[in-house]
Design a protein around this ligand. Structure first.
Ligand SMILES: [Zn+2]
Length: 112
């Protein structure tokens, strides 16, 4: 048994069907763009949070957490290990959930 490289379902071949294969190929093609976009977004996040820190420490923490969270949601950069064990679809979902958690944690810290 192996897992579908896209959706992570267990089966005998690399992919369930041609749809999963096409979606996987699409993800691989976009991967470099996602990586570049993610790093640019992180740099912007750091600059924004430094500016916010000048106004207020709490605001700085919130802006940092929120912008990193948003970066993860827009550019779901999953590690190759995660993709291998869970498939592309679940990896992207996991990264996006982490992004949302990041935003909430930042909000809670900023409000405390
Ligand atoms: Zn599949």
């Amino acid at each position: 048994m192996t897992i579908c490289k896209y959706c992570g379902k267990e089966q005998l071949s690399e992919f369930c069907n041609s749809t999963c294969r096409a979606k996987y190929d699409n993800f691989i093609n976009k991967e470099n763009k996602i990586k570049k976009g993610f790093f640019v977004a992180i740099i912007i996040s750091i600059i924004l949070s430094i500016v916010a820190f000048i106004y207020s420490g709490n605001l700085g923490i919130f802006v940092l957490a929120a912008s990193v969270g948003v970066s993860f949601i827009i550019f779901p950069l999953a590690t190759p290990q995660t993709v291998c064990s869970f498939g592309v679809k679940k990896s992207i979902l996991t990264v996006r959930i982490c992004g949302v958690i990041c935003i909430f944690v930042g909000l809670i810290i900023a409000l405390l």
